[in-house]
Design a protein around this ligand. Structure first.
Ligand SMILES: [Fe+2]
Length: 189
């Protein structure tokens, strides 16, 4: 008898796994916690039907964004990055797991290396800079809670998992010019 196909990870099961990991790891290094949720997130990303799920959401950086899950604290956001679309480096103020669902993206995580004392001036150091394929994830967490990404080809989609609210005044950086501007976030969730 052929082996039964594995049951796909549901959004609910994945959220339960993330919440369980939060309870176990909250006080620890965010990298430890985020490493603990990589596997359930990777299993969710294996589903082919995520695009048809969820509820439309106003994105801060992209036009197409859906909530797959939201409970007042934890959110799973699925979003589309237009071909050649470049989301400039910006900060969050909270941790985020960033994963590629469809296509490929160049994704860079940064931390600030200046002391923040000069308005409009910032120097950034890349801590994780790579081309990510579907199913791969990256950690964006303080003090390296700055990231930017570019779609490589059409049809690129990403999934982010975030706990808590984004900070309202987001910094958008220009690493080449060592500068930033502050933009009010359209949506803190
Ligand atoms: Fe972001």
């Amino acid at each position: 008898m052929p082996a039964a196909a594995p049951t796909p990870m549901t959004v609910r099961e994945c959220a339960e796994a993330v919440i369980a990991a939060q309870r176990r790891h909250d006080a620890e290094d965010p990298a430890v916690f985020l490493a603990a949720i990589r596997q359930p997130i990777a299993a969710l990303l294996e589903r082919g039907d995520l695009r048809g799920m969820g509820i439309p959401r106003q994105g801060n950086n992209v036009d197409w964004s859906h909530y797959l899950y939201f409970d007042g604290d934890l959110s799973f956001l699925l979003f589309e990055v237009p071909e050649g679309g470049r989301i400039p480096p910006h900060d969050h103020g909270v941790w985020e797991l960033f994963a590629v669902y469809r296509g490929r993206m160049r994704h860079t995580v940064y931390r600030r290396t200046d002391d923040g004392s000069v308005a409009g001036y910032a120097t950034l150091e890349a801590t994780d800079d790579r081309v990510m394929e579907a199913g791969e994830s990256a950690i964006v967490a303080p003090p390296a809670d700055i990231h930017g990404f570019t779609a490589l080809g059409g049809g690129a989609m990403g999934l982010t998992v975030v706990s808590g609210a984004y900070k309202p005044d987001r910094h958008y950086y220009d690493p080449e010019a060592n500068s930033y501007v502050v933009r009010r976030a359209a949506n803190l969730r």
